[in-house]
Design a protein around this ligand. Structure first.
Ligand code: PLP
Ligand code: COI
Length: 341
């Protein structure tokens, strides 16, 4: 194994030694298979390729100061993947297969789990696809579930430093009654143009508005949105955003810090009133937002005048990481130690 510079890792694909696969054929799930190939053998008429039968998850394992490796809220990822599968008529992955697959993938690649204190973690990517052939628009009769892992650093190169994001109104990542609340590939395909354009214009990501009225904040390309004011944590309630597990966790931490929590529509004009705003997700963790520019009106909202994240975002970030790394009491049972690594 090459020497890995853990502290400089970007968020990206990293080849490891093994991945895990499981097939649904003839009406049942088979045994887990371990592979050392990065490739899959797929029928050219697989529904994943033609009709977008594809859902994925993103989760992380952390090496703690005590040397133990912890998964964070894996069961929420399992449940969300089941909802995603149902939304596009794929076979759901049973809970025990999901758990065995992720823990096997972590254990088999133990050499790639970043050491404590590097800021990096092991990203776990479960993936479910329609692998059976169809040409008519129909769900597949065969499915393939895979899990690969890889060490990652922060999603945005800024890490825990403020990022610039851009409000876009001329693209939607999901339709009002579409698949926005599920983690299916089509949402990400739909977000690519806006995301690339935002990057080329100097922003970390696009911030999408509600697709129906284009008045309210929905979410960023890869992360949910939150704002803080008057001792209140406020985050969008919308049917077209992904229910983020990180966001759920931050809502609990905000309550524990004595704050109010509101899940409701956030009109674009309200951006003016927040003391702190941020993006949150497994990959993004908390990314404090320093600047929001509306691409259409050119209106600019500034936060983090001092150039660093605000005090509440900072406290939530530190607490979340401390729970994930086993340094803060895990009051809600969010972590599971992976035995034997
Ligand atoms: N929103 C989108 C569109 C995402 O892709 C993600 C990442 O999974 C999130 C939000 C954050 O969700 P979570 O905190 O469960 O990772
Ligand atoms: C995550 O936060 O895990 C994501 O999946 C976001 C992005 C990489 C798609």
């Amino acid at each position: 194994m090459e020497n890995i510079n853990w502290k400089e890792l970007p968020f990206g694909y990293f080849k490891t030694d093994y991945n895990v696969r499981c097939y649904w054929r003839n009406g049942e799930w088979g045994e887990l298979e371990i592979s050392s190939s990065e490739y899959i053998n797929l029928h050219m008429a697989a529904t994943a390729l033609h009709y977008g039968q594809e859902a994925f998850e993103g989760m992380k394992a952390f090496r703690g100061k005590d040397g133990k490796v912890r998964l964070f809220r894996w069961e929420e990822n399992y449940k969300r993947m089941a909802r995603s599968a149902d939304s596009i008529v794929m076979k759901e992955v049973p809970r025990d297969i999901f758990f065995n697959a992720i823990t096997t993938a972590v254990k088999m690649n133990a050499n790639y789990i970043p050491p404590y204190g590097t800021g990096a973690s092991l990203y776990i990517r479960p993936l479910l696809i329609g692998s059976g052939a169809q040409v008519g628009v129909k769900p597949a009769e065969e499915y393939m579930f895979m899990v690969f892992v890889g060490p990652v650093g922060p999603y945005f190169k800024e890490g825990f430093n403020p990022v610039k994001v851009q409000i876009v109104k001329d693209y939607d990542r999901a339709a009002p009654q579409g698949t926005g609340q599920f983690k299916v590939g089509g949402n990400y395909a739909a977000s690519l143009k806006a995301g690339l354009r935002s990057k080329s214009e100097g922003f970390a990501t696009a911030l999408f508005l509600d697709p129906k009225e284009k008045k309210y904040i929905d979410e960023a390309g890869p992360a949910n949105f939150f704002g803080i004011k008057n001792n209140t944590y406020i985050t969008p309630k919308s049917e077209s955003i992904l229910p983020s597990i990180t966001n759920m966790s931050l809502q609990q931490l905000a309550e524990d810090m004595g704050m109010e929590v509101e899940r409701r529509s956030i009109a674009v004009e309200e951006l003016e009133t927040f003391d702190e705003v941020g993006a949150c997700g497994t990959a993004a963790i908390i990314s404090p937002i320093g600047t929001i520019v509306d691409r259409h009106t050119k209106k600019t909202y500034e936060y983090c005048e001092s150039g660093v994240a605000g005090p509440i975002s900072t406290k939530m970030y530190v607490t979340l990481r401390a729970i994930q790394e086993g340094e803060e009491e895990d009051k809600y049972g969010w972590t599971n130690v992976v035995e034997g690594v």
